[in-house]
Design a protein around this ligand. Structure first.
Ligand SMILES: NC(=O)c1ccc[n+]([C@@H]2O[C@H](COP(=O)([O-])OP(=O)(O)OC[C@H]3O[C@@H](n4cnc5c(N)ncnc54)[C@H](OP(=O)(O)O)[C@@H]3O)[C@@H](O)[C@H]2O)c1
Length: 313
């Protein structure tokens, strides 16, 4: 599949792509958007990993799912709605307690999902990564992960052994790619000095219009290394005031969408960022999916910059 420099397919490319591949398809094993959906069908923003795998720029988080915040059937429907609207990347972790919930929600459509899980740093010693991965696969009801991340660098004393563990899982077909989470730029540079450390596919870090710190160093570094960033808490996290922001609401009104959709469109605007908002609400997921095909104008971006300025150097 061909994509533009910004990571966004044009309408013709997307239509050809859907016709060729049917309503839910994979590219290099990556889940891609569903055809025929009005929100997603208008040039959905896509992001390319270093190995050429292409995924939608908007996925779905799950740290708080499966815990009774909403009724379980409602959350399952929300997750499946997200899949049908093109948010086919799902983020979980062994510590979230959501893997079994996700396994149930994606049953029968594993091939259309790009599944991401994470290993906790306390579990990486010895053959810990292999055991943690096996346990995650069992809970998720699958035999491979599309992407496996080291959840935090803290407490990891032998990063080279972690890389070796990830590479062994990749060779065994248990994972298709690996990456890290919550790494600083200097920690990423250390990773690249380790043999095969440059196979790292991504760094998952907090990023939203209310938390622009990574624009200072991380985003430029990742762009230089052709490494997409995964943005967690892109709506500011649970209980955030961000979605009450008047400028987001005003921009949303101009596009006929919600403040949340604007915040997400802003987060994924570069084509180098994959945002993973979490929602257990069908209505919220529908609002969020609009961001896949929402392009903000330079004037709107400037208005948002005025209220949420980028970090100072
Ligand atoms: N790697 C890490 O260390 C790390 C850390 C934190 C998070 N994460 C990942 O990132 C994901 C997302 O982060 P997050 O949960 O912290 O923050 P978030 O996605 O920014 O915010 C989630 C909150 O926003 C609400 N929400 C979602 N869509 C909405 C909408 N359209 N309108 C109003 N409210 C909406 C959700 O409630 P409803 O369910 O009611 O919609 C939920 O309370 C997590 O689930 C997890 O997968 C990773």
């Amino acid at each position: 599949m061909k994509s533009t420099d910004t990571g966004q397919l044009n309408r013709r490319e997307f239509n050809c792509f859907c016709v060729a591949l049917g309503s839910l398809a994979t590219v290099s094993g990556a889940a891609v958007v569903a055809a025929g959906d009005a929100a997603a069908a208008d040039a959905p923003r896509m992001v390319k990993f270093p190995d050429g795998t292409v995924v939608p720029a908007l996925g779905q988080g799950s740290a708080g799912l499966g815990k009774g915040r909403h009724p379980a059937p409602v959350e399952e429907e929300a997750l499946r709605t997200g899949l049908s609207l093109g948010m086919t990347l799902i983020d979980t972790a062994e510590v979230y307690g959501s893997e079994e919930f996700i396994g149930r929600a994606i049953a029968g459509q594993r091939g259309g999902v790009f599944l991401v899980s994470k290993v906790w740093p306390n579990h990486v010693a010895g053959d810990g990564i292999a055991r943690a991965c096996e346990a995650s696969l069992k809970r998720l009801g699958t035999d491979y992960l599309d992407l496996y991340l080291l959840h935090w660098p803290n407490g990891v004393t032998n990063l080279a052994a972690v890389v070796t563990g990830f590479e062994s899982l990749r060779a065994a077909g248990k994972i298709r790619a690996w990456g890290v989470s919550n790494f600083s730029v200097s920690q990423l540079e250390g990773l690249l000095r380790i043999p095969r450390g440059d196979h790292c596919a991504t760094n998952q870090v907090p990023y939203s219009i209310a938390d622009r710190g990574i624009e200072h160093d991380m985003l430029p570094w990742c762009e230089r290394h052709a490494m997409p960033v995964m943005a967690y808490s892109p709506l500011g996290g649970a209980g955030s005031n961000l979605l009450r922001d008047a400028t987001l609401a005003r921009v949303g009104a101009a596009h006929g969408c919600s403040a949340a959709a604007v915040a997400l469109a802003w987060t994924i605007r570069s084509g180098h960022v994959i945002a993973i908002p979490e929602s257990g609400s069908v209505a919220h997921v529908k609002e969020n999916a609009i961001a896949l095909s929402l392009t903000l104008t330079p004037q709107e971006l400037a208005a948002l910059d005025a209220v949420h300025p980028p970090p100072r150097r």
